[in-house]
Design a protein around this ligand. Structure first.
Ligand code: AVI
Length: 317
């Protein structure tokens, strides 16, 4: 348990529970149970995001390929997910470009292994060059030269979990990694009816709540904390000024929680919250602003039939 106190997670929990406004970064929601719960979220009726992006790739992969042309030599995916959408797109690109390399990048060895197996089965002629590690490390390496253009994928509204400042810094980092003429395909969830947003993050089966409660269980398990989940409730609402769905766990009574590994006790007032996640929603204007701030131009926007979600094709200028 002493080692746990000095782990990245331990230090983040200590800092987060000692802050005036308690907060723990959403990156810590994804231990193995959290990752499995997130997969369940993506299958929920209310969580429209995944189905919208699946629809875009199912119906418009060829339009995307027409927009990028046949000179793509390498596809890099930051955070590879289950590979379902990527397989569709790679198949379409492979139809016009037989010499294709795919570079999946993920912090999870399991995720890399799963995608490698999937691509080896489905597209045996594509060369794989996986990278296990975080995005920063990957993007800071000197990119190997490519014989044609590169397409970087950052899908699934993952950019939404960054603040606007973090998002433009991250897209600028991708810009530095790219050569002029390379492309970025960015998945963004659009601003829409607040009831639809609320439903997506407050599903009837309580899977999203469970996803958040799992963080309390993770602190109990890994840091010897004594959180009683029955004394907290999940609270997800749209902050219109921030343009983001925000997720909190709110203490339903005044209480003290001991965290053995950190040798600390966290005090909660009644209705005091731990902030866990912001999921930013974008307008078309926000997308153009993000591209302009980061040195990309918007080549084309691909949207689902309901206009809920956009995959924005940006090109480095
Ligand atoms: C991973 N990310 C894009 C999800 C989102 O919508 O912000 C995480 C999530 N949190 C609750 N539901 C889904």
């Amino acid at each position: 348990m002493a080692a746990a106190a000095n782990s990245e997670f331990g230090l983040a929990v200590e800092r987060g529970l000692k802050a005036d406004q308690k907060a723990i970064s959403s990156r810590y929601l994804y231990d193995s149970r959290g990752s499995a719960l997130f997969v369940e979220i993506t299958q929920l009726d209310e969580y429209y995001l995944s189905r919208c992006e699946d629809e875009i790739f199912r119906d418009q992969a060829h339009r995307i390929v027409n927009a990028i042309g046949s000179e793509i030599a390498e596809v890099v995916e930051l955070g590879c997910g289950d590979g379902f959408k990527t397989e569709r797109l790679l198949q379409a690109i492979h139809g016009v470009q037989s010499q294709l390399k795919f570079v999946p990048v993920d912090i999870s060895e399991d995720a890399i292994q799963t995608i490698e197996e999937r691509m080896t089965d489905a597209l045996p002629n594509i060369r794989l060059d996986s990278f296990t590690g975080d995005y920063d490390h990957f993007l800071q390496r000197n990119a190997k030269p490519t014989s044609g253009a590169r397409l970087v994928l950052f899908l699934g509204s993952n950019i939404g979990n960054f603040t606007h400042t973090e998002a433009s810094r991250f897209v600028r980092q991708i810009h530095q990694y790219c050569n002029t003429g390379d492309y970025l395909l960015l998945g963004l969830d659009l601003k829409k009816d607040i009831d639809l947003l609320h439903a997506a993050y407050n599903d009837n089966r309580g899977v999203t709540a469970e996803f958040n409660f799992n963080l309390l269980e993770r602190m109990n398990r890994e840091l010897g904390a004594d959180f009683d989940r029955d004394k907290f409730r999940h609270h997800g609402y749209y902050n219109a000024q921030l343009g983001a769905m925000q997720s909190y766990l709110v203490s339903t009574e005044a209480q003290s929680v001991a965290v053995e590994a950190l040798d600390m006790v966290a005090h909660f007032d009644c209705l005091e919250a731990i902030h866990l996640e912001d999921s930013h929603k974008y307008s078309l204007q926000d997308i153009h602003r993000l591209a302009a701030q980061s040195g990309f131009r918007v080549q084309e926007l691909f949207s689902d039939s309901r206009g809920y979600f956009v995959d924005a094709l940006l090109q480095k200028i």
